[in-house]
Design a protein around this ligand. Sequence first.
Ligand SMILES: *Cc1c(COP(=O)(O)O)cnc(C)c1O
Length: 456
Amino acid sequence: MLRFPLKGSLMVEMYRLPQEIKLTGEFPGPSSRALAHRRSQAVPASVASGLPVYAADADGGVIIDVDGNSLADLGAGIAVTTVGASAPKVVQAVQESVTHFTHTCFMVTPYEGYIAVSEKLNELIPGRFEKRSVLFNSGAEAVENAVKIARAATGRNAVVVFDHAYHGRTNLTMALTAKVAPYKKGFGPFAPEIYRAPMSYPYRDDQSMDGKEAAQRTINMIEKQIGSEYVAAILIEPIQGEGGFIVPADGFLPTLVAWAREKGIVFIADEVQTGFCRTGKWFASEYEGVEPDLVTTAKGIAGGMPLSAVTGRAELFDKVQPGGLGGTYGGNPVSCAAALAAIETMQDLDLNARALHIEKLVTAALAPLVDELDIVGDFRGRGAMLALEFVADSISKAPHPTAAKDIAAYCQQRGVLILTCGTYGNIIRLLPPLTISDELLKQSMNILIEGIRSVS
Ligand SMILES: *Cc1c(COP(=O)(O)O)cnc(C)c1O
């Protein structure tokens, strides 16, 4: 297998665009400002964007805007362009595929790409049992369908989700998502039979509580407030994304899985953000040997083309009536071609090793800040899914959202695209494309550190 070259100079030939931060003058520039004006007349403000500039091109770790600014991308379109935004194999596969047919609908005239992607998912997703996969378009759609499958298979209604969870913006997934603003405010009524349980949050939990105890706290809540015999599914992100890159304490997930299995509850891992090499393994569930009954995937799956999936135990899918799952566009043939090429790219470049290399680089740069600066409460994450939590001070641990916001703005003004997240908005999250060069990543870390120091 081709190892990912660790020296940036060796990687130059991998890229179509120069991997550099370059600002051409005003930011946003005149072309972006003109588009912003057109946008204000055509698109409602309810669709918000993190950056005031408009994309023209993207490759590896950079996005070029319409004024020629070259920005370092530490967001990857929210963990989507793991292989880069124009990975050669993905581009080629899309071009090849689209010349044959754009769509037939898998429910009308099926095609091989859908089967090939399903075979790949069944092979890569953890679980030593017979699996099946169904393909959809978005993460939310995959999550909704996982819940449908769990309910049909168990004949039960209740679904347990967690504090800080994010599962999407459709009606059912809004109910599953924890944070009210901006995701749910004004959009109710929400779907019933959703119960929110306490998450293991090592930075904010009682320091004496280990993962098993945190799981027991959740199990007690379920038994007292719902009754395990009514629970169809426990749905959890193995590392919470939008909610703040919260990595549960060791033992939390395995304890919950063991209990769910004993009670006939379907354990669903939402790996929409954590999947496909993001954390240094194919799926974050692998870190503790967790074998979920169902896994939802999307984001990194297809190099930016819309595709999502539910993968899991064949016998659960067998309980759903023929025709019960599907959708017009689910498993679009061009997206399937892109997914196969993206997965091949992950294998060719060993992007799991690359994610762990990024973890090492970023940890060396950022972890020391926790002891050094009082506002840096925590540094956490796995692989190339890493975050800093900002607090007013290390004693109160009061969330400090303005720090995260000001730091992100500082970075943006200097050509580094950085995202925030968290229930309290006080987290800076790093989700670079795994094909970002070491040089660009180091340069971006220096700017981020300057930003943190300037706000501290
Ligand atoms: C983004 C995300 C979703 C929703 O995916 P969409 O494609 O935006 O519908 C669901 N679950 C998790 C964990 C996510 O990060």
